[in-house]
Design a protein around this ligand. Structure first.
Ligand SMILES: *Cc1c(COP(=O)(O)O)cnc(C)c1O
Length: 219
């Protein structure tokens, strides 16, 4: 697979199964098939699924509103969408209330497209330094949503840019940022070739969200 092609150990890439829009029963067969990490866009949708599906790890991959920070802190193994200082302040207070240390990824916008969140590259270093002043937040890497392109190869520059940005941040700050959350159903192989450690895959596992229903895999 993609990792082997570029000399990477496949064990360094974790699959986050994105089950947004699908009921817990659909997630349960993915868990039975070996999925251990699940991603959700919205806190409110994730909470009942957490209750229905214990024993797996949860990732918040969508934008987090400050008023949902309290419900999120301590419940997600990783929040992929830290992208502004006000959110860091809210999440720090929420982590304190939850008695938790919250791992986060800094979400970077490489498309300049509004609406999906993310800090622009020139501002990432400053956000990282400020997040580090919050003792209950633990930044462990970067996340990006690549531009939606027809040919996955066209997403490669974005993935390479995120990795280069991570390398530079690590060198500048001395903070270890091992995680790179990048790649979705149509481009995760390219993302793995460019160093992804977390791929967020929805449709390729659960089917088309518009169709409304996932079909269990044969066997
Ligand atoms: C929905 C979503 C995914 C999964 O997308 P697919 O195309 O279904 O694989 C990944 N990341 C984010 C942030 C998403 O919102």
């Amino acid at each position: 697979m993609a990792a082997a092609r570029v000399g990477r150990n496949a064990a360094t890439v974790r699959l986050v199964a994105v089950g947004k829009g699908f009921p817990p029963a659909d997630l349960a067969w993915a868990a039975a098939a070996g999925a251990a990490d699940f991603g959700e866009n919205r806190v409110q949708e994730a909470l009942p699924k957490m209750a229905a599906l214990p024993g797996v790890h949860w990732h918040l991959i969508g934008q987090l509103q400050r008023n949902k920070a309290r419900a999120a802190a301590g419940r997600f193994r990783l929040i992929h969408s830290m992208d502004r200082l006000e959110l860091a302040d809210s999440l720090q207070r929420a982590a304190e209330a939850a008695g938790a240390v919250q791992a986060v990824l800094l979400q970077v916008s490489l498309t300049g497209r509004p609406g999906q969140g993310g800090v622009s590259p020139p501002l990432v270093a400053d956000l990282l330094r400020r997040v580090l002043r919050h003792d209950l937040l633990r930044p462990v890497g970067l996340m990006t949503i690549a531009p939606a392109v027809a040919d996955p190869e066209e997403a490669r520059p974005a993935f390479a840019t995120l990795r280069a940005l991570r390398d530079r941040l690590q060198a500048e700050t001395g903070v270890a940022l091992p995680e790179l959350s990048m790649g979705m159903s149509h481009d995760f192989e390219v993302a793995v070739e460019e160093g992804a450690t977390l791929v967020r895959v929805g449709r390729a596992i659960f089917g088309d969200r518009l169709a409304g229903h996932a079909t269990p895999p044969p066997g």
